[in-house]
Design a protein around this ligand. Structure first.
Ligand SMILES: Cc1ncc(COP(=O)(O)O)c(C=O)c1O
Length: 401
């Protein structure tokens, strides 16, 4: 067998990624998995999607099955513009919005369009693993900015900027953040866009979970507060289904133009069938009909998991309190290493994602991320109990050492 390792690009050796591959591969049978930020299949509106997809293939093949303009099918783009206006209170011009093949593609396009090797990108610490991997592959210098329970510390970013750090952009997830589930309050949103405007720093706002509140009102997006300094990456993965691989980018027209140019070098256009499916589903009121049940499902999952964590975890363990989304970040006592603890957890029949891959450098060793989107309530309670047992044993081992 020929060996092609000599042919692989240098950037393949920069890659992390094992953690994401493990998440996407799933867990062994019998293991209660709280790993992936996957939407619950019970939220997939299969009957409606079946009817729409069948109709599009029968009646709209010339558009839905064809290549599309790079920035999206015009009617789809128009629908997404109307949706921004309705949900975020601001209407982008046509040049200020494009269709993408999901949120992750928008992050990758931002890397292609803005990052030269060695350029700085500021991120929340911790942040979404997929984004960190993309920034690493683009050879960016990733600058972590501290968070507290209310999300990014704007003062900490201000200090970095005043000290001369010049990021190409700040990547932030203001709503139900990955991996912490935290949400940035309105005052901080205002302060953040003001700070970035003053320093000429672009913000990449990732709104992947924004529409999945447990019941409270949504806060204004950063893009709606400051469309001159914010590029918003949105996705239909969490609110429709990830297999559609569809999202949007909304922001300054010159940035959108560069993203579209970069897209010409990747997939050239998002799939037409998925674009038209989203448009038809949305125009027929699918999101309004189905999202309330999805929100209620995730809220009751979180209630089940947080109740079980409170009932079973040792007192020294803490976790974040999301008000939407799929995720919570658990902090174990110092000195307990969640990467090292994973085999014991799997042996006990529970899977989590260790925290360190969400951080830059070697922070977060005693943290782990739990997703409560996928398992049912009884399984979440059982999973929390198994995890608490594993943590208790680790604490006992530490005390005995
Ligand atoms: C914060 C965040 N952004 C983006 C994505 C990727 O979304 P998409 O499936 O649209 O590529 C995810 C998926 O887990 C995510 O958690």
């Amino acid at each position: 067998m020929p060996d092609f390792a000599h042919a692989f690009a240098r950037r393949t050796r920069l890659r992390g990624g094992d953690e994401l591959t493990a998440i996407l591969a799933g867990s062994p049978p019998g293991v209660l998995s709280m790993t992936g930020g996957f939407p619950n299949p019970a939220t997939f509106a299969t009957d409606e999607l079946d009817a729409i997809a069948g109709r599009l293939v029968r009646e709209d093949a010339a558009v839905a099955l064809q290549y599309t303009p790079c920035t999206g099918i015009p009617s789809v783009r128009e629908y997404l513009i109307e949706r921004q206006e309705e949900l975020q209170g601001r209407r982008p011009a046509t040049r200020e919005l494009m269709v993408t093949s999901g949120g992750m593609e928008c992050i990758a396009l931002m890397c292609q369009a803005l990052i030269d090797p060695g350029d700085a990108v500021a991120v929340e610490a911790p942040t979404y693993l997929g984004a960190l991997m993309a920034f690493g592959a683009a050879e960016a210098e990733v600058v972590p900015v501290a968070m507290d329970e209310d999300g990014l510390l704007v003062d900490a970013l201000a200090e970095r900027l005043e000290a001369g750090v010049r990021p190409k952009f700040l990547y932030t997830i203001p709503d139900y953040q990955n991996p912490t589930g935290r949400t940035l309050p309105l005052e901080r949103r205002r302060a953040l866009v003001e700070l970035c405007r003053r320093h000429g720093v672009l913000i990449l706002e990732d709104v992947a979970y924004r529409e999945l509140t447990f019941g409270g009102a949504s806060l204004p997006t950063l893009w709606s507060l400051a469309p001159d300094v914010v590029l918003q990456a949105g996705t239909f993965s969490k609110i429709l289904f990830p297999g559609v691989r569809l999202g949007w980018a909304a922001g300054p027209a010159d940035v959108i133009a560069e993203l579209a140019a970069a897209k010409q070098n990747t997939d050239q256009c998002a799939g037409g069938l998925g674009q038209r499916l989203v448009e038809e589903y949305g125009r027929a009121g699918g999101f309004e009909r189905h999202l309330p049940a999805a929100r209620a499902l995730y809220a009751s999952h979180w209630a089940a998991l947080s109740g079980a964590l409170a009932a079973t975890m040792p007192a020294e363990v803490s976790w974040t309190e999301p008000s939407g989304g799929f995720l919570t970040l658990v902090t174990l006592p110092e000195g307990i290493d969640t990467l090292a603890l994973r085999p014991a957890a799997l042996a006990a029949g529970v899977a989590y994602v260790p925290g360190p891959p969400f951080y830059v450098g070697d922070a977060g060793a005693n943290t782990l991320r739990l997703s409560f989107s996928h398992l049912g309530e009884a399984d979440l309670a059982a999973a929390a109990e198994r995890l608490a047992g594993v943590v208790r044993e680790a604490l006992e081992r530490r005390a005995a050492a």
